[in-house]
Design a protein around this ligand. Structure first.
Ligand SMILES: [Mn+2]
Length: 434
């Protein structure tokens, strides 16, 4: 990602801020067990603003009526750390690499924070983050309040995350290019899973085939824990056990995708383990696919997200009526939430630096947001019929199907960024038999 992108992001955030100081901290390194750590994942809000990927760093944005200033605190270069864990960029390296105004060692933060907050009235922090650096800033504000000679002091502590996440809603061309790359690798992995799948394999073996593609393509991290759910396991929405045997005649639902330069992709495909849909599987599959295509086709600027959700529920309810699973009038069935039993989750979510991008879904007044060019979301209708559900005709029991793509809103309407991943019955059967 180009340095200009991060400069723009900070500029946009400063525009949204009133006079004051914003403090955004990096994610802490996390212990997995004893002395082994999880692989490091940066705080998305922090990364969005500066692209720095090390822990123990702090970004400070200052806005006065006269000027703005960006300060980055980074962990100093350390020989020992370089030997064991690899070299940190350090203060000098960061000065050269980042277009921030000033860089200091993180160790200097505690001694400087009071001075940085002096004469400011707004302190912007992530209100829901318990970083010790943020607590230090709050204490510094308190100390300043009772100090002699201070004319202005912090009078409000405000949430910076909301502002950052409002900006994260609209992706720049560079961000979209990175998401496309994540999706390209994920596409290859889904196709590989279809090609290698055979009955009697274990779910994790399909996962391994996909992981190989991810890693071999340089995508060292999944965007979320993969779901590889054979047969009835697909009806457990967040099934991540992935250990069961794949059975002849069942479908397998795979919700798995990689991250590229910290940007997510999020793709689900459901296909027959033996490469051929049964009649019952095909009936349900084609209903879900039709719903997905129609919902995607309704996406364009100014359509409200709420409306899209309701529209998708109507279509899913119609599908359930057509399959003979629900009986009655659509309106009454939806009011009674009858469809929710078989289609329990929402139609999709924002996607970006986080797979579930935590951007707002409503505006300041609580009204559902309308789509704008540059927004990226998933569209993922599903129908789930548990094996033990006697309210469903026997032929459909144990079938769970979800189809998920990643959609970019454009000026003209939309672009399905994951269009290259096969999804019609014919395309899937051909890929499986490859
Ligand atoms: Mn999703």
């Amino acid at each position: 990602m180009n340095e200009t992108h991060f400069l723009n992001c900070r500029h946009n955030l400063l525009q949204l801020m009133e006079e004051g100081v914003a403090i955004i901290t990096s994610a802490p390194a996390k212990i997995r067990s004893n002395d082994t750590e999880y692989s490091y994942r940066q705080n998305s809000d922090f990364y969005y603003l500066c692209g720095f990927n090390e822990d123990n760093s702090i970004l400070v944005l200052i806005k006065t009526h006269e000027f703005t200033k960006t300060i980055l605190f980074v962990e100093a270069y350390n020989e020992d750390h370089a030997l064991w864990n690899g070299a940190r960029l350090g203060v000098e390296g960061s000065r050269e690499r980042f277009s921030v105004d000033e860089v200091y060692a993180s160790a200097e933060y505690s001694g400087m924070i009071k001075e940085l907050l002096r004469e400011h009235v707004n302190l912007y922090i992530d209100l829901y983050c318990d970083s010790p650096r943020i607590i230090e800033a709050e204490s510094a504000a308190q100390a300043l309040h009772s100090m002699r000679g201070i004319k202005r002091y912090v009078r409000s502590i405000r949430d910076i995350s909301y502002l950052i996440r409002s900006l994260r809603l609209i992706k720049s061309d560079e961000e979209i290019a990175i998401i496309r790359q994540a999706i390209a690798i994920t596409a290859e992995a889904h196709h590989e899973a279809m090609r290698v799948c055979q009955s009697h394999m274990r779910e994790y073996q399909l996962q391994a085939a996909m992981s190989y593609i991810f890693l071999n393509s340089g995508a060292v991290s999944e965007a979320y824990g993969a779901i590889v759910a054979g047969g009835n396991n697909a009806n457990t929405l967040h099934y991540i056990d992935n250990r069961d045997e794949l059975h002849e005649g069942d479908l397998v639902l795979i919700d798995a995708a990689c991250e590229w330069e910290l940007y997510a992709s999020d793709i689900t495909r459901t296909f027959p383990i033996n490469g051929k849909f049964s009649d019952a599987q095909k009936e349900v599959y084609e209903k879900v696919l039709e719903v997905q295509l129609r919902v995607i086709d309704a996406i364009k600027p100014n359509v409200k997200r709420d409306w899209l959700q309701n529209y998708s529920e109507e279509l899913l309810c119609d599908a359930l009526i057509e399959l003979g699973i629900l009986v009655g009038e659509r309106k009454a069935l939806i009011e009674a939430k009858e469809h929710k039993k078989y289609a329990p989750h929402g139609i999709g979510h924002w996607m970006g630096l986080d797979v579930h991008d935590p951007c707002p879904y409503v505006d300041e007044s609580g009204e559902s947001l309308a789509f704008e060019a540059g927004m990226v979301m998933t569209i993922e209708p599903g129908l789930y019929f548990r094996a033990d559900d006697e309210s469903v005709p026997e032929r459909y029991r144990g079938i769970g199907i979800r189809i998920e793509d990643n959609i970019l809103v454009t000026e003209e309407g939309y672009e399905n960024l994951s269009e290259m991943i096969v999804k019609t019955v014919n395309e899937i059967e051909t890929m499986c038999q490859n």
